[in-house]
Design a binder for this molecule. Structure first.
Ligand code: XMP
Length: 509
């Protein structure tokens, strides 16, 4: 494996993903970590991330001394390179002008394994305000750009610094540079494959659970399905899945989830249709955060009740992913403003006394999909668009009622049908209908109507942090609009939401 020492760059997670995409296991660790906490990972190399600081500021984060004493190869990226230069006796100085964006780098004479199979000149992506003005003893400049004589530095013995960001797509040869570090310099083998991480995860679950019993909540999404599949593979029918239908799912979804389960799982399923409980609890509620809170609490109540009926259980399985783990370890939540509470379940009641099993704790989303395919789950689950826990409740503006749910489910089913038919499902991050609380005047035949306005929302995104409205072809939008206005009673107008995030969010509530 390789470890990434995090200096607070927005790109640290991306570095780790790139390393994993090159089939080498990688974990992100804080810059304060001691060697004992890292030794068990048996790293073959270390990457120092970028970061917002300047090395000559007081309290600037630096790499722990074990990094340089370990004898392991080290790759410093941007701020990581500057920290390395500073700590090993070189000099770092502000550039006369901050440099953002594309730059062309020219390699110096002589070969270095970091440039294996690469041309003399390459386009790279820069984002820095400081640069190396003098290499540390034993290092030389391996590449320069117009603005900077030291874009890459190395000591010929595994220590390297890059002023640019090889992890971003704007550095076209970045992948090869990272792979050269991993394979040529660290001597890593490409062992991190779906097959291996499946067997790895199954092993970990067996070790943790022993002869115990596990319950897990099924939602219809990819994460909970993969959790269930992994655990079932590890412990067989000592797993029971609980599927709570909160009534806020898409048309036909509860049945589809149960059908898929029957077809692909060999575990116990408890199905609880709690639609009426949820609708009752939501009566009269219009505030979005209040809706989320009520749905979260109601879920726990129903889940707890169903779990009690199963009898003694020891573990609760959850689909926590690696980015959630890193985020809760490295970010200071007190400083970022709360936009929406996305955590659906505040935590189970004390009396349940269950230990957590989190078999996806070390995986990125694309790796979770890889596990799903490896375990034989169908593509319709593995590539399912994300769907929020509170479901249609946060896509009905205002109070949630039976009637409005029916209207939205019908309109949404048409959106999804057309998106699938036109092969847009996989390229769009999320697509759905929203029932606005506006009514507008229309005409059907010779009669005036006063009906609902449906909004269509479709976005492209990588991670839901930012998103752009999807450029769905006009023809498809036209068909969606026509069908909704004709087929869904009480709807006489359809609009398309062309807001990106920011400033909008993906959901309307
Ligand atoms: P926003 O609307 O904040 O959404 O741009 C970002 C992503 O999060 C999903 N989302 C939620 N997921 N519970 C969830 O499980 C929630 O309360 C919730 N709110 C938003 C949204 O669908 C998008 O993928």
């Amino acid at each position: 494996s390789v470890v990434v020492i995090d200096f607070g760059s927005q790109y640290s997670m991306l570095i780790a993903r790139r390393v994993r995409e090159s089939s080498v296991y990688c974990e992100i660790i804080p810059h304060t970590a001691d060697w004992d906490s890292v030794a068990s990972l048996n790293p073959k190399g270390i990457i120092l991330s970028g970061g917002p600081a300047s090395v000559y500021e007081a309290n600037a984060p630096l790499a722990p001394s074990w990094v340089y004493d370990s004898g392991l190869p080290v790759l410093g990226i941007c701020y990581g390179m500057q920290a390395m230069a500073h700590q090993l006796g070189g000099k770092v100085a502000p550039t006369s002008r901050k440099e953002y964006g594309h730059a062309v780098m020219q390699r110096s004479a002589g070969d270095d394994p970091i440039f294996k199979d690469l041309p003399q000149s390459m386009s790279v992506w820069m984002s820095h305000g400081d640069q190396i003005s003098e290499t540390p003893p034993g290092f030389r400049s391996l590449a320069r750009s117009e603005n900077s004589p030291i874009v890459v530095m190395g000591n010929g013995a595994g220590m390297l610094g890059l002023q640019f960001h090889p992890e971003v797509v704007h550095t076209p040869q970045g992948k090869t540079i990272i792979e050269n570090f991993l394979y040529q310099i660290c001597g890593c083998a490409p062992l991190w494959t779906p097959g291996n991480f499946v067997s790895d995860s199954i092993e970990r679950v067996r070790e943790q659970v022993g002869g115990g019993k596990v319950i897990c909540a099924l939602s219809g999404g990819v994460d909970s399905a993969v959790v269930a599949a992994l655990i079932q593979n590890a412990i067989g029918d000592r797993l029971t899945c609980i599927f709570v239908n909160n009534g806020m799912m898409r048309k036909g979804e509860p049945q589809a989830v149960r059908d898929t389960f029957q077809r692909h799982f060999n575990a116990n399923l408890v199905y609880a249709d709690a639609t009426e409980n949820f609708l009752g609890a939501l009566r009269g509620v219009i505030d979005p955060e209040q809706k989320r809170k009520i749905i979260g609490e109601e879920f726990i109540r129903v889940f707890d009740e169903e779990a009690a009926r199963i009898g003694a259980v020891d573990f609760l399985a959850q689909g926590t992913l690696y980015p959630d783990v890193i985020e809760s370890e490295t970010t200071d939540n007190s400083v970022s403003a709360k936009i929406k509470s996305h955590h659906n379940v505040g935590g189970l009641p004390e009396h349940m006394k269950l230990s957590l099993v989190e078999p996806l704790r070390y995986l990125f989303k694309d790796e979770v999909r890889g596990v799903g395919l490896e375990l034989g789950l169908p593509e319709e689950i593995v590539y399912r668009q994300p769907f929020p826990g509170p479901g249609l409740a946060i896509r009905i503006i205002g109070e949630v009622t039976h009637d409005k749910l029916n209207v939205l489910q019908e309109a949404d089913a048409i959106v999804m049908d057309e998106v699938r038919r036109n092969d847009l499902y996989r390229e769009i991050w999320q697509s759905f209908a929203v029932l606005t609380d506006t009514r507008s005047v229309g005409v059907t035949g010779d009669f005036r109507t006063y009906g609902h306005v449906i909004a269509i929302r479709a976005v492209s995104s990588e991670d839901a942090m930012t998103a752009d409205w999807a450029r769905i072809p006009y023809d498809v939008l036209g068909r969606i609009s026509n069908r909704i206005a004709n087929e869904v009673p009480d709807v006489n107008r359809v609009v398309y939401d062309i807001t990106s995030k920011p400033p909008g969010t993906i959901e309307w509530e």
